[in-house]
Design a protein around this ligand. Structure first.
Ligand code: C5P
Length: 224
C-alpha cells in the first residue's frame, strides 16, 4: 500500500502566528511548507496588475490556475516570492494585499482553481500547510490538524510589530480594525469559512513564546 506523505494542517485567523509556527515546524521536521494565504494574495496582486476586477470570479479563476509563482526558499531567511518573474515579496505582505486577498478568497471559482495547486504541495517526506481551510477542505485527512488562535488584541500587536520590522507604516488602531474586518469576512463567508475542523486541536498562543507554541505542535506530532 502506498501512503500519502503526511500533512500537518495549521489553520487560524490573521495574526495568530500560523506562518511563523508553520515555518518552524516544517524546518524542525524537514517537511515542505505551503503558505496558502500567499496564493490568495498573489491572485489579488496579479489581478490588479492585469486590470481584472476583484469580483470577476471566472477571470480570477483562470488567472489563479495559471499564476506563475516561485517561492525562492531559504530555510534560514524568509523567502522571496516571485510573480511572473518579478519580486513581489514586500507587496505580498502588505495589509492592503491581505484585504484584497480576503475579497478574492470569498469566490468559489477562485477557491476551486487553487485547490489542486495547493494539494500538489503534498510531497515526501511531508508537508506543513498553513491557512484557513487546510484541515477542513484542502487536506481533510491531514495527520494533525491545529487551529491556532490568540486574542484579537495580541494578534493586532504582533502584526503591528511584524509590519514595523519590515519598514511598513501602519497604526495599531487601523490594524485592529483591519484584522476585525478580515476575521469577520473570513468567518462569515459561505464558502470554506474560517473555523476549526471537527478533529482539530485548538491551541491558544496568547502569552506564549514562538518556541513554546512550536514545541507544543511538535509534541502533538510526536504523539502519533
Ligand atoms: O494568511 P494570510 O493573511 O496570508 O491570508 C490572506 C487572506 O487569504 C485571508 O484573509 C483569507 O481571506 C484568505 N485565505 C483563505 N484560505 C486560506 C488562506 C488564506 O481564504 N487557506
Amino acid at each position: 500500500m502506498i501512503l500519502n506523505p503526511p500533512v500537518i494542517a495549521i489553520d487560524g485567523p490573521s495574526g495568530s502566528g500560523k506562518g511563523t509556527i508553520a515555518r518552524r515546524v516544517a524546518d524542525a521536521l524537514g517537511f515542505h511548507l505551503l503558505d496558502s494565504g500567499a496564493l490568495y494574495r498573489l491572485t489579488a496582486i496579479a489581478a490588479k496588475n492585469k486590470g481584472i476586477s476583484l469580483d470577476d470570479g471566472d477571470a480570477l479563476a483562470l488567472l489563479a490556475r495559471d499564476l506563475d509563482i516561485r517561492f525562492d526558499g531559504n530555510k534560514a531567511r524568509s523567502e522571496r516570492i516571485l510573480l511572473d518573474g518579478e519580486d513581489v515579496t514586500l507587496e505580498v505582505r502588505q495589509e492592503s494585499t491581505g484585504a484584497e486577498a480576503s475579497a478574492v478568497a470569498g469566490l468559489t471559482e477562485v477557491r476551486t482553481a487553487l485547490l489542486e495547486r495547493q494539494r500538489a504541495f503534498q510531497k515526501a517526506p511531508g508537508l506543513v500547510a498553513d491557512g484557513r481551510d487546510m484541515g477542513t477542505h484542502v487536506f481533510p485527512s491531514a495527520l494533525v490538524k491545529i487551529f491556532l488562535t490568540a486574542s484579537a488584541e495580541e494578534r493586532a500587536k504582533r502584526r503591528h510589530k511584524q509590519l514595523k520590522d519590515k519598514g511598513m507604516n501602519v497604526t495599531l488602531a487601523a490594524l485592529s480594525r483591519d484584522i476585525e474586518d478580515r476575521d469577520r469576512r473570513d468567518s462569515e463567508r459561505s464558502v470554506a469559512p474560517l473555523k476549526p475542523a471537527r478533529d482539530a486541536r485548538i491551541l491558544d498562543s496568547s502569552g506564549l513564546s514562538i518556541e513554546a507554541v512550536t514545541n507544543t505542535v511538535l509534541e502533538w506530532v510526536a504523539e502519533l
